[in-house]
Design a binder for this molecule. Structure first.
Ligand code: NDP
Length: 598
């Protein structure tokens, strides 16, 4: 590869490094993650379910073979694969009012998949559907989640608006006692948790936020009763309103064009601009859909996963903004762009490729946004992947509307304060009728990872206590002392931008392991302490320390607000390497988790 250094927006590479550092220093806050407030207690109303009425029911005290905690795609795919493996007794449980997980909660106008739907939406061939758009609308994805549940008969035993409050292993009965906030005390031989990574909405800890008397809500609990319309727009309730949207992450980028179109006035409060690349949205070609042969989805998913994780492919079937920047994404995992080059040369080339990409992102802003001052404020000054990349063909264009104003809050570390009827930035007061928080979620704090769900294993051992120095698992799925309990998620497992694919790989593996145990008459599955210790060691030695990269990044949830902890949590050789590890282990290592045969 021949790459010559040049200037980027008038900066040399060194100058650019300085500029990025300056922008990071301008944004960094000493209170880090402490700047946010949970949607609990006095702010609990922000997290209430606006979509489904809670129905009273009697507490359950029965027994099932498998209990799946989480009705999002992780829970759905694992339950579907267990059904395929012949398991009849499956109960699914979720805090939401129906299936869908993140797609249940997030229903804001403009919501779309941002990974190509043909690869993102699981089990398309099983359900017998092809998404209507290349990047499907959120409602279609939610309906698909419900479609999977119907197809695999998962509504039968499902419990919604139910939160597990405690899991306790019963040594004598060899099953789990499951307690919930609805008074249930039921039992399950196997418990699988797939409770998501970005589930708890967060609010900025803006001084005076509690004093605001106008209307307010979080994007993950959209109030259509107030705004009117639906996910496709028609927000007639905003026609006479001055609306503030706070936040310009992946959610803000999708929602802002729709609020801008319908509100009398929209004020966007930005702290750090996102990278906004071309989307290339298009309807699905019906001829193409009709021509698809059985097995098409797996082929396409594998191809996408291969491209983004650096496996050799003959053709890039997706060819979009994710696959074209795959090398730039991989630097945060593997820290390399071309392993054949010496390290210092690799780093220089990677930096040039990054600087070229970011200059292109900024150039697009100048091309689209007509007001030069607004265009300047929209420009991101950090390395690609410091924040989640976003894609839109509508977002930048919104700032050309007369009723839309961008308010840059970066110099003040965000919004300064709120009053009864206004948002204040520095000394300037902006009166508004409604404030919509597109301020994201606490990362990785749901289910067994949160203190809210204590897990008591063998001999009363508490899961989070035995993880006091970091997670301890075999392959991310099971822990010693916690028989028949399985976790789905990225911890000590593979990871990818197409996370539903990772979940499907996990589901197939777990279904195969549980099916094998049943076939052998094994009632208890638990990794030996030795097998667990070896996997923890593998994770420690194979993981790339991305904190080096994130230390220099502008703050955000990717780097714990600018204070990255060098935690090695994923299997960084990648999802294909991980598949090989699991397949070999199913052949030769299963004895490590098999208890006595009854
Ligand atoms: P993010 O955490 O990415 O964004 C939150 C936004 O709120 C940021 O712009 C942040 O600014 C801003 N903010 C926070 N506090 C303040 C403050 N005090 N004053 C002003 N602004 C503030 O959350 P999102 O909901 O946008 O995205 C979260 C994740 O959800 C994504 O990264 C993605 O993984 C997923 N997602 C996926 C989508 C899909 O289609 N698949 C769509 C939407 C989201 P700053 O950057 O300065 O902190």
């Amino acid at each position: 590869m021949t790459i010559t250094e040049t200037e980027f927006d008038g900066y040399t590479l060194e100058g650019l490094r300085e500029k990025y550092k300056h922008e990071r220093d301008r944004r960094i806050r000493s209170d880090g993650l402490g700047q946010y407030r949970a949607t609990k207690g006095e702010f609990g109303y922000y997290a209430k379910d606006p979509y489904t009425e809670q129905v009273e029911r009697e507490p359950k005290t029965d027994s099932v073979e498998v209990l799946v905690v989480g009705g999002g795609f992780g829970g759905l795919v694992v339950a579907a694969h267990l059904r395929k493996a012949g398991i009849e007794s499956i109960r699914m449980l979720d805090e939401a009012g129906d299936f869908g997980g993140t797609w249940y909660w997030n229903r804001y106008p403009g919501i779309h998949c941002d990974i190509e739907s043909y690869s993102y939406m699981p089990l398309l061939e099983d359900v017998g559907t092809v998404p209507s758009m290349r990047y499907a609308p959120g409602e279609e994805i939610r309906q698909h989640a419900m479609g999977i549940a119907k197809k695999f008969d998962l509504y039968r035993e499902a419990l919604f608006h139910t939160r597990v409050t405690e899991l306790t292993w019963d040594e004598k009965e060899e099953n789990w006692l499951v307690s919930t906030d609805r008074g249930d005390r039921m039992r399950a031989r196997f418990v699988l948790t797939s409770s998501g990574t970005l589930t708890q909405p967060k609010l900025p800890g803006i001084p005076g936020i509690e004093n605001f008397k106008g209307h307010t809500f979080h994007t993950s609990r959209w109030d259509y009763g107030y705004t009117g319309g639906d996910q496709f727009g028609g927000l007639t309730g905003l026609a006479d309103k001055k609306v503030a949207v706070v936040g310009t992450g992946a959610t803000g980028i999708q929602v802002i064009p729709f609020v801008g179109r319908d509100a009398q006035q929209l004020l966007v409060f930005q702290r750090t601009p996102s990278t906004v690349d071309v989307r290339g949205q298009r309807p699905t070609d019906p001829e193409w859909a009709a021509s698809l042969k059985p097995g098409w989805q797996k082929e396409r998913m594998d191809n996408f996963l291969a491209v983004v994780s650096g496996e050799p492919v003959e053709v890039d079937m997706t060819a979009d903004g994710w696959t074209s920047t795959a090398e730039l994404q991989r630097k945060v995992v593997t820290g390399r762009i071309d392993s054949a080059l010496p390290t210092d040369e690799r780093e220089r080339i990677e930096e040039i490729v990054d600087a070229t990409k970011m200059a292109g992102i900024r150039a697009r802003i100048d091309e689209v946004v007509t007001d030069p001052e607004t265009a300047e404020k929209l420009k991101p000054w950090y390395r690609y992947m410091c924040k989640r990349p976003t894609f839109s063909d509508l977002y930048l264009q919104t700032y050309n509307r007369d009723n839309v104003t961008l308010v840059d809050t970066a110099d003040h570390g965000g919004i300064t304060r709120m009053t009864e009827n206004a948002i204040v930035v520095g000394d300037t007061e902006y009166e508004v009728d409604c404030v919509i928080f597109a301020t994201g979620f606490f990362s990785g704090v749901s289910g067994v990872m949160s203190g809210d769900l204590p897990v008591h294993g063998r001999d009363g051992k508490v899961l989070l206590e035995s993880w006091a120095y970091g997670p301890r698992t075999l392959h991310g799925f099971m822990s010693h002392g916690f028989p028949n309990q399985f976790h789905l998620g990225p911890v000590q497992n593979a990871n990818s931008v197409n996370f539903t694919h990772i979940l499907q790989d996990q589901a197939e593996h777990l279904a195969a392991v549980i099916a094998k145990a049943r076939e052998l008459g094994v009632r208890v599955l638990e990794p030996t302490a030795d097998a667990e210790a070896r996997w923890v060691e593998t994770i420690q030695t194979s993981a790339h320390d991305s904190s080096v990269f994130f230390n220099e990044c502008t703050p955000g949830y990717y780097n714990q607000e600018g204070m990255p902890i060098p935690l090695k949590v994923t299997y960084d050789p990648g999802p294909f390497a991980f598949r090989r590890v699991l397949s070999e282990w199913r052949e030769n290592g299963l004895a490590e988790v098999l208890g006595p045969i009854s």
